[in-house]
Write a protein that binds this ligand. Structure first.
Ligand SMILES: O=C(O)C[C@H](O)C(=O)O
Length: 280
């Protein structure tokens, strides 16, 4: 057993909140550069160059890349040989979010009750996903999820017979309905299979996959290629103003499902595709 103190968890989460919001990941920056080179619309090229400049300024000045610093989604892969000491695990994550958002001057974007809509003023609570894994470490991955692109995400139960073509149709319909509202160029995470809850969870996990890395199953990798091509053929383009760079990447995650079902979820991630990990 290895002891990990909740103070260490709080401080790590606080650091990840700030770093995720200030520094856009390398794979996303590389995706911008690749998209800019391919973009045929002059306005689209200008927009992507502005996004690159914005990312460079945010990193240099340690300020958020986007005013929407998101609702904090935290993935914790907890080694089964870890003993957490000092208090409650989820309280320490929320304490980290509070500290990170207050000390980092990040916008507080969370209301405590979805209908009464009073801001909690510290960006808590986080959405916390835990997984028990081998080992004596905890890996945290933090995803500050922006509201605009999350609002344009969607889930549907297809008939099993609709198959791959049905999946493609639903993904494209979702992307077309989102248009410029999801702040393209986006990263598209697609979940296929599982249950009502599982399919949306794996769609969000797909958003975290490194841009440029395909699924290990060849038929799913082929679907990812087809989806990216079809999404970029919609003409939506950077910020919805036309062009061929609607998505930087499309990643698909799958799970087993019931014989009667073909659930599909599309989680859209705006160009502020922030993610940051740390291991304790
Ligand atoms: O939350 C916001 O400030 C805006 C939102 O992220 C958006 O995409 O429009």
């Amino acid at each position: 057993m290895r002891e990990i103190h909740t103070d260490e968890i709080r401080d790590t989460v606080a650091r990840l909140c700030m770093e995720a919001c200030y520094y856009l990941p390398e794979d996303i920056l590389a995706g911008f550069k690749k998209a800019e080179a391919k973009e045929v619309s002059p306005l689209g090229k200008t927009i992507i160059n502005q996004l690159i400049e914005n990312a460079e300024l945010a990193a240099a000045e340690h300020v958020p890349y986007c005013h929407d610093t998101g609702m904090t989604v935290v993935y914790a892969e907890i080694g089964q040989d870890v003993h957490i000491v000092g208090g409650s695990f989820s309280d320490s994550i929320n304490a980290g979010v509070r500290k990170g958002y207050q000390e980092g001057f990040l916008r507080m974007s969370v209301v405590g009750d979805p209908l009464l809509r009073v801001n909690t003023n510290d960006n808590t609570p986080a959405v916390i996903h835990t997984d028990i894994v081998d080992g004596d470490r905890i890996k945290f991955t933090l995803l500050p999820k922006g509201g605009g692109s999350e609002n344009m995400s969607a889930m549907k139960f297809l008939l099993p017979g609709e198959g791959t073509e049905g999946v493609k149709k639903f993904v494209i319909e979702t992307i077309e309905a989102a248009g410029g509202k999801a702040c393209p160029p986006v990263v598209v995470g697609v979940g296929i299979g599982g249950t009502f809850d599982k399919v949306t969870a794996i769609a969000k996990e797909a958003v975290l996959r490194e841009v440029g890395v395909h699924h290990h199953e060849p038929h799913i990798a082929e679907l990812e290629r087809d989806l990216l091509e079809a999404i970029n053929r919609t003409g939506i383009g950077p910020q919805g103003l036309g062009g061929v760079s609607t998505a930087l990447w499309a990643a698909v995650e799958t799970y087993a499902c019931h014989i009667t079902a073909l659930p599909v979820a599309v989680n859209i991630q705006c160009h502020a595709a922030r993610k940051k990990s740390a291991v304790l």
